[in-house]
Design a protein around this ligand. Structure first.
Ligand SMILES: *Cc1c(COP(=O)(O)O)cnc(C)c1O
Length: 379
């Protein structure tokens, strides 16, 4: 129940242990084609170039920037947490000119702020923003941002590492040009691949580059020739077993259905938050924009948060996340991602925390916490 890796379904463990075939074996190529179809469904896109980059979510991030930013390109990055910070770091490394706007951690951007930033820097070619900021538990609305970018001939890059398959994400409808994710968050797969989709405007930008992509390994002009059905040109050996796992994990997502899956995440989050509030933990992210998949709460004064997380792990076998960056020591981040989003997990965490809090101070609210959660489930 941390910020990922999330729990993995037995069918995915089974898939990852299947015998290997080669990366050009017809069986494997067929699996890739099917996986691409599944990825398109989960991203809600028709984009042809929808693939899995070898590497974790950060490889997806790096692939988006290294392919779409050329030296000297102006890039606007919206920063309201750790992962926005990381994107702005990468822009500098690939030789882009960084324009950056900041919001306090835990708050979202108003589309007008992005519009104003683009008016101040009209040569901006790319806007980058995080959909689900895992460091703060905030969910950035994206709908209007795509239109703002399109009117100014900017590409929109979206980090969907924590949102894909956990909350609504509509790549085509929201006019997102490049979007990447990771496997170990709401897809409930081991870490190791980064789903990535590029729309027609991004592909055009890529094909018109004046310079070579600075990373050989992540160069999509070459990688796309391996994924294209009639080409299948060797670039690097695909991580075969991870592709088996992702193929199966996507199958599970689609069997459940996207809408029911989003609703499941919302339900368990509401129950968890009701219980945590009864235990004295206040939500840390901006009201109305809280992520169901990553529940951030302030740790009340008088609790040794690191010690309590350690006891949860040692005595109850439950992992939750501490704060990152400026929120270290101040918040907890409780993941309800994919397989982890269950009534059992909510119940076990609230019960365990209730017990731990009782041995630390006199009054216990464990019963109140479970009642609060139950009230959500029966309503
Ligand atoms: C986890 C995460 C990443 C990085 O993914 P890794 O798999 O750790 O490389 C990037 N962005 C967001 C929003 C994340 O939650």
């Amino acid at each position: 129940m941390g910020p990922g890796p999330s729990m993995v379904h037995p069918r995915v463990y089974e898939a990852i242990s299947c015998p290997l075939v080669g990366h050009l074996d017809p069986l494997f190529l067929e699996l890739m084609t099917q996986m691409q179809q599944r990825l398109r469904q989960v991203f809600c896109t028709e984009n042809q170039l929808t693939i899995a980059i070898s590497g974790t979510g950060s490889a997806g991030m790096e692939a988006a920037f290294v392919n779409l930013v050329e030296p000297g390109d102006e890039v606007l990055v919206c920063v309201n947490g750790v992962f926005g910070n990381r994107m702005s770091d990468i822009v500098g490394r690939v030789g882009g000119t960084l324009h950056r706007i900041d919001r306090p951690w835990g708050e979202v951007f108003d589309p007008r702020e992005i519009e104003e930033a683009l008016e101040r820097s009209p040569e901006t070619r790319i806007v980058a923003i995080v959909h689900a900021e895992t460091s703060t538990g905030v969910c950035q609305p994206l709908v209007e941002i795509g239109r703002i970018c399109r009117e100014r001939d900017c590409l929109l890059i979206v980090d969907a590492v924590t949102s894909l398959a956990g909350i609504e994400l509509r790549v085509d409808d929201w006019l997102i040009d490049a979007c990447y994710s990771g496997t170990q968050k709401c897809l409930s797969c081991p870490p190791g691949l980064a789903p990535l989709t590029l729309g027609p405007r991004a592909i055009e930008r890529l094909s018109r580059r004046r310079t070579k992509v600075a990373s050989w390994y992540l160069d999509l002009t070459m990688i796309q020739k391996y994924w294209a059905e009639r080409q299948r040109t060797y670039h690097h050996t695909a991580p075969i077993s991870m592709n088996y796992a992702l193929h199966e994990a996507l199958g599970l997502v689609l069997e459940e259905g996207l809408e029911p899956r989003y609703a499941r995440h919302r339900l368990h989050s509401r129950a968890l938050m009701a219980g945590l509030e009864a235990l004295g933990f206040e939500p840390a992210a901006q009201e109305g924009h809280r992520l169901p998949v990553l529940n951030a709460v302030w740790v009340p004064d008088g609790i040794d948060e690191a010690q309590m997380r350690r006891r949860l792990l040692d005595d109850y076998n439950i992992e939750i996340g501490g704060g990152l960056g400026e929120l270290a020591g101040k918040v907890w981040r409780v993941g309800l991602m994919g397989e982890s989003a269950s009534r059992d997990n909510v119940h076990t965490l609230l019960t365990s925390l209730g017990e731990l809090l009782t041995s630390n101070n006199e009054s216990t609210q464990a019963t109140a916490a479970l009642d609060a959660a139950r009230a959500i489930y029966v309503s």
